[in-house]
Write a protein that binds this ligand. Structure first.
Ligand code: ATP
Length: 463
């Protein structure tokens, strides 16, 4: 399947999502009281729930439910030699170019590919500079044709280590390397044998030249990564299996299939460690762009770290005595990009039959931040007391929001914007007959249910 543009939502969708995220406590701009700190974000009370639900589900799906996986939580700061061995010091670069008139900074490959409508990211900075001149590329900000030379810029953030005498350390730009550094520990302490995988969820940092598009490209983000170790002859089959597992994950979290496609990296565009890479791309409001990646990293990383550390990194088969340096398939999933794609798919502004407008997030109940909202019809006894008595039972399902303030319609609208799949209302019939009203977010239909059946009924729906 190739990338398509037919399902790209309107650019206005991004604006609406940014506004909703701020208004409803999902995502705030970073350091706002100091005037903001570009391309950093805080995940507010609902954002952190959504993020946590995605990460927990990923862990359950790829670690707990598989016998061939173990987990790891490695450090963000790795020995500086690790980045030399991994090739990041030398090759983790993007070419940047500045407009001499308005001082705007661009990634040279992005500037050129937008101007020429073709891929150029296999070119050297010198070749890109020459092409900018030849094709008379104009600055998208001010229209001038006056650029600096394109030059490589390393994307790793560096920091000083006081204890080791001003030695520079790097904040990891990918979680993967922490896994390779602990490969020997895992082999020595666990009963694993190839094929097996090590999974990790954690922060990564990249000093991006042109961050932006809300949380799509940020300088600090989270990755959910797997390094899957296998015999070299198994890589092609395993690659296909992981590709289909990645599609399965997209289905599980409810991403729309028609906005997803695969993009194979051409040979000349492959990263220094990869023999094959396929991206799962998504039709974001700003264009079709990488959501997830799948790479065949060969034995590049283990071999490099073995050479640079002097430690053998292999699997010794106790029966055959064979020493195998496993090859690696790496499926990688960005947490922020997952959230953005989920929000793009879920967001809807509806006009109801009454003419009233409602904004709703159709999030899959499995990942919705609030599972159930609980309301007394009015802020009056004994309704409040009766509603509160249901709270501990419902809390078994996950986060429950109790709300007694304002008109019931307004309370429903607020929950629709949060993506809460179910609202439970306690009214006078509850007091007389023991039934509650259960409202479904998507259909807005309401049914009455004996309160004793509520938890079992919802457990089924939230599964
Ligand atoms: P891009 O081409 O968009 O820069 P990449 O190919 O460099 O991405 P990978 O190195 O494959 O990205 O990183 C693995 C995953 O981490 C990506 O698929 C994406 O989901 C996520 N990711 C990478 N860079 C960023 C970023 N700056 N902000 C948010 N998520 C990111």
């Amino acid at each position: 399947m190739s990338a398509s543009t037919k399902n790209i939502p309107s650019p206005d969708l991004l604006k609406s999502i940014v506004a909703l995220c701020k208004r409803r406590g999902f995502i705030y701009p970073g350091s706002e009281i100091y005037g903001g700190f570009a391309n950093t974000y805080s995940f507010g009370p609902y954002g952190v729930e959504l993020k946590k639900n995605v990460k927990d589900l990923w862990w359950k799906h790829f670690v707990h439910l598989r016998e061939d996986m173990v987990g790891l939580d490695g450090p963000i700061l790795l020995h500086p030699k690790a980045w030399k061995a991994s090739g990041h010091l030398e090759s983790f670069n993007d070419a940047m170019i500045d407009c001499k008139e308005c001082k705007a900074r661009f990634r040279a490959d992005h500037l050129l590919s937008e101007a020429l409508q073709r891929d150029v990211d296999h070119l050297t900075p010198e070749e890109m500079s020459a092409l900018v001149q030849e094709e008379k590329v104009a600055c998208p900000k001010c229209g001038a044709h006056h650029f600096t030379e394109a030059r490589f810029f390393n994307l790793m953030f560096s920091t000083q280590m006081s204890k080791t005498g001003n030695e520079i350390a790097y904040l990891r730009p990918e979680t993967a390397q922490a896994i390779f550094l602990d490969f020997k520990n895992v082999i020595d302490t666990m009963r694993v044998k190839p094929p097996f995988g090590i999974a990790q969820i954690g922060k990564a940092f990249r000093n991006e030249i042109t961050p932006g598009n809300f949380i799509f490209r940020v300088i600090e983000f989270e990755q959910m990564e797997i390094e899957y170790f296998l015999r070299p002859e198994q890589w092609e089959k395993s690659f296909e299996e992981w590709l289909s597992a990645m599609w399965g994950w997209c289905r599980l979290i409810g991403l729309r299939k028609e906005r997803l496609s695969e993009q194979e990296h051409p040979k000349e565009k492959l990263s220094h460690y990869s023999k094959r890479t396929v991206d799962l791309v998504y039709d974001f409001p700003f264009g079709t762009s990488e959501l997830y990646g799948l790479a065949y990293r060969t034995d590049f990383d283990l071999t490099q770290h073995a050479q640079h550390s002097g430690q053998p990194l292999h699997y010794a088969n106790p029966e055959t005595k064979e020493h195998l340096v496993p090859h690696v398939i790496e499926p990688t999933f960005g947490v922020e990009r997952t959230l953005l794609a989920l929000l793009c798919d879920a967001y809807e502004e509806e006009t109801l039959e009454s003419g009233e407008k409602r904004t709703v997030l159709h999030l899959d109940p499995k990942i919705a931040p609030v599972k159930v909202a609980l309301f007394p019809l009015m802020k009056k006894e004994p309704l409040v007391n009766e509603a509160r008595s249901l709270l501990p039972h419902l809390q078994r399902l996950g986060l429950v929001e109790y709300d007694e303030s304002g008109a019931i319609g307004k309370r429903y609208r607020r929950q629709d914007e949060l993506g809460t799949p179910f609202c439970v209302t306690v009214d006078f019939e509850t007091l007389e007959q023991g039934t509650v009203t259960l409202r479904d977010r998507d259909s807005m239909q309401q049914i009455r249910l004996p309160k004793e059946q509520l938890v079992a009924h919802l457990l089924e729906k939230l599964r």
